[in-house]
Design a protein around this ligand. Structure first.
Ligand SMILES: Nc1ncnc2c1ncn2[C@@H]1O[C@H](COP(=O)(O)OP(=O)(O)O)[C@@H](O)[C@H]1O
Ligand SMILES: [Mg+2]
Length: 435
């Protein structure tokens, strides 16, 4: 599964493979645990690298001090050799490159940016929506949400004058629309290179800074000669965003721009949009992205727009209560269903008993693992001290101790694995429990 969606990955995966810097890193954790682990690993690496740097510096000072002295020259030589042989600790370069950008200042537009009245759209026999009224004022930031196929893309195309429609639509005075299409092939020419795409569009002063601009969107070196048709989804998304920088627009209409962006890029886009002083119409399913970005939510339904003033989480909570209320109503209406339900309740009693039994078992395994890990770690600590003072002339004894030490270290790994497995199963059981 390739995804940037943390909750989604955590729910379904138990192993994470990271590809970075031309290498593959393999972890036997789910996504969130992998992130934590990775962070700790990096911290440890950084510490170790720091200590090593210090050691190198000190040794170099010694070398310089003794090199000139006749009777110490060979000592200096041996230090030099030692440094040469020293394997340098590399700190993994996390792919921390992030696109940092801000949208050009928006020229002032009229106060009413979009006014729509009784808008409707049909494709042949299919009526996508009807009776849409819409009034979007200057500098408002709104989200369009709705089910797959509700007509969000259709509506944004209508606003962009790319589709015919029924009803009245007025785009305000002096409004310049920057459009990010859901399907990039609509706005990017697959045969052009990355550079041509930007070069053909740019006018005026910005033409002198195209390479820098492309660099901001993480296109470097030979990347800019790649043709659009071979770009990855994320690269196309970045190129389409880059294109929006070329002119100052005062209405941005973006149709699911986060689909191919990783978390960092999403954050960067969000902060750029937060400081954007124009008007924004955003189509997105991404609640984290919409949170604290938009102040009004319009839900596209077949019968028009539902307006909700406030944050996306409030909107979703409201939807949930509504759908639960709806569910309760239909439940009450349906007596036949009720019968079925009671039998399924009976079933679930047996299932629940089984589940509880398994849960108790897992909890036991977990606490046993924990206490064994504790005691093993204690033993290892004690042995650390013994090993530090080991007399290697007593070969038999030291070999035995080192072997024992190895066994202890291995058993920690094993215990951790068992603990992890039990935790995971317990998580799964808890998650699948009916509320
Ligand atoms: N060119 C078209 N011809 C016929 N039907 C279309 C066309 N474009 C979209 N549709 C249909 O219109 C509906 C709305 O599509 P769309 O606006 O893309 O939805 P959304 O973006 O909300 O997922 C869908 O049922 C889709 O199949
Ligand atoms: Mg769409």
């Amino acid at each position: 599964m390739i995804s940037h969606d943390r909750n989604f990955l955590d729910a379904i995966t138990n192993r994470t493979v990271e590809i970075a810097n031309g290498r593959v890193y393999d972890y036997k954790f789910s996504y969130s645990k992998y992130l934590d682990h990775r962070e700790q690993e990096l911290e440890a690496q950084i510490e170790a690298a720091k200590a090593q740097q210090k050691y190198i510096k000190e040794t170099e000072i010694l070398i310089n001090k003794f090199r000139a002295k006749k009777n110490k020259a060979s000592f200096a030589q041996s230090l030099i050799k030692k440094l040469d042989k020293l394997e340098r600790i590399d700190v993994d370069q996390l792919d921390s490159a992030a696109m940092k950008f801000s949208f050009p200042a928006a020229p002032r537009s009229g106060k009413a940016v979009v006014t729509g009245e009784n808008l409707s759209k049909s494709y042949d026999d299919l009526t996508v929506f009807s009776d849409i009224d819409l009034l979007i004022g200057r500098q408002e930031k709104i989200a369009l949400v709705g089910k797959n196929g509700a007509g969000k893309t259709t509506l944004t195309k209508i606003l962009n004058n790319k589709l015919d429609y029924n009803g009245k639509l007025n785009i305000g005075h002096n409004v310049d629309i920057g459009y990010y299409a859901q399907d990039q092939t609509e706005t990017l020419d697959p045969e052009k290179t990355v550079f041509q795409t930007i070069d053909d569009e740019a006018q005026g002063e910005i033409r002198t800074q195209l390479r820098g601009l492309l660099g901001t969107f993480l296109f470097q070196g030979e990347d800019i000669d790649k043709k659009v048709k071979i770009l990855s989804g994320g690269e196309k998304a970045r190129l389409a965003l880059c294109k929006l920088m070329l002119k100052p627009y005062n209405l941005l209409i973006m149709d699911e721009p986060t689909n191919h962006l990783d978390m960092r890029s999403k954050d960067m886009l969000k902060s750029a949009l937060n400081s954007y002083d124009g008007t924004l119409i955003m189509v997105s399913h991404d609640r984290h992205f919409l949170h604290e970005l938009v102040d009004t939510i319009y839900e596209v339904t077949p019968k028009g727009l539902n307006q909700h003033l406030g944050d996306i989480y409030e909107f979703l909570a409201k939807k949930k209560t509504e759908s639960i209320a709806h569910f309760e109503r239909s439940k009450a209406d349906n007596a036949a269903k009720k019968n079925k339900e009671s039998s399924s309740n009976k079933e679930s009693y047996e299932a629940r008993k089984e589940r509880d039994k398994r849960k108790r078992k897992l909890s036991n395994v977990i606490s046993k693992c924990q206490s064994e890990i504790d005691s093993t770690e204690k033993k290892i600590k004690e042995m650390d001290v013994v090993i530090a003072g080991l007399d290697y002339t007593e070969q038999n004894k030291s070999t035995k101790i080192l072997e024992e030490y190895g066994v202890l270290k291995n058993s920690i790994g094993e215990l951790m694995g068992r603990w992890e497995e039990a935790e995971m199963e317990l998580d799964l059981i808890t998650a699948s429990e009916p509320n």
